[in-house]
Design a protein around this ligand. Structure first.
Ligand code: IMP
Ligand code: MG
Length: 206
C-alpha cells in the first residue's frame, strides 16, 4: 500500500512500530459500499450528517461524496474530562451544531467508536432535540473496549484492540493526514520519537 520510495531498511524498522491495518483502497471501497447502503436506506429523504471534530472530518468528506442524496452536514466538537472508566463519562460540548436537528434524519459520523462514552453522550444530547431519526455511521468499531452500549447502524470495519492513526485519526494531533489506517504496535517508541511514522505521510507528486 505504500507509495513512498523509502529505502527498504527504513520500512523494515518502521514495521516494528506500526503497520498498515486498512489500506487506502480498502477504505475507499468500503466507503463506496456504505454510501450505497445509506443512499438506499434514506431514499426520498435529506439527512443531516453530523461529524465529530476533528477525527471524523476526513471520513465525512469522503462519505458524503459516496451518498446520492440531498444531504446537509454539520460539525460538533466535544471534549471528555474525567477518566474513560467513569461509568457516565463526563463530556462537554465545545462547539455546537449550527443547524436545528428537530424533525430531521440525523446520521452521526464518527472515525472510531472506542468505549462509546463520547457517542452515547452525544446521542442523548441530540435525542433531546427531537430529530425524526438518529443513526450512527462509524468507520471503525473497537467493540472489545465498549463501555457504553451503542447501536452502530453503519460500520466500516471492526477494529482490533490496538491504537490506530491515519485517515483523520491522530496521536497527539499528528498523523491525521496519513492516507492509510495504521496499527501502532509500539506506542512507547513513538512517544520517545514522534517522527517514527513520517514515511507513511503522503508523497506529493513532483
Ligand atoms: P470513546 O468515547 O472512547 O468511544 O472515544 C472515541 C474517540 O477517542 C474517537 O472519536 C477518537 O477521537 C479517540 N480514539 C479512540 N481510539 C483511538 C485510536 O485508536 N486512535 C486514535 N484515536 C482514538
Ligand atoms: Mg473522534
Amino acid at each position: 500500500m505504500r507509495s513512498s520510495a523509502d529505502p527498504s531498511a527504513t520500512i523494515g524498522a518502521m514495521s516494528e512500530v506500526a503497520s498498515v491495518l486498512f489500506g487506502r483502497e480498502d477504505i475507499r471501497r468500503r466507503i463506496e459500499e456504505l454510501g450505497r447502503t445509506i443512499t438506499g436506506d434514506y431514499e426520498g429523504r435529506a439527512p443531516i450528517l453530523v461529524s465529530v471534530l476533528k477525527g471524523g472530518s476526513v471520513f465525512l468528506a469522503d462519505l458524503i461524496r459516496a451518498i446520492g442524496l440531498p444531504l446537509a452536514i454539520d460539525y460538533m466538537s466535544i471534549s471528555r474530562y474525567g477518566g474513560a472508566t467513569e461509568s457516565m463519562g463526563r463530556v462537554r460540548i465545545v462547539k455546537d451544531l449550527e443547524q436545528d436537528v428537530g424533525g430531521r434524519d440525523v446520521i452521526v459520523v464518527e472515525d472510531i467508536v472506542d468505549t462509546g462514552l463520547t457517542l452515547s453522550y452525544l446521542i442523548s444530547v441530540l435525542q433531546s432535540r427531537e430529530p425524526a431519526s438518529i443513526e450512527v455511521c462509524a468507520l471503525l468499531d473497537k467493540a472489545a473496549r465498549r463501555i457504553a452500549p451503542l447501536t452502530i447502524r453503519y460500520r466500516g470495519f471492526e477494529c482490533p484492540d490496538v491504537f490506530v492513526v491515519g485517515y483523520g485519526l491522530d496521536l497527539q494531533e499528528r498523523y491525521r493526514n496519513v492516507p492509510d489506517i495504521l496499527a501502532v504496535h509500539d506506542l512507547a517508541s513513538l512517544d520517545e520519537d514522534p517522527d517514527l511514522l513520517l514515511s507513511y505521510l503522503p508523497v506529493p507528486p513532483a
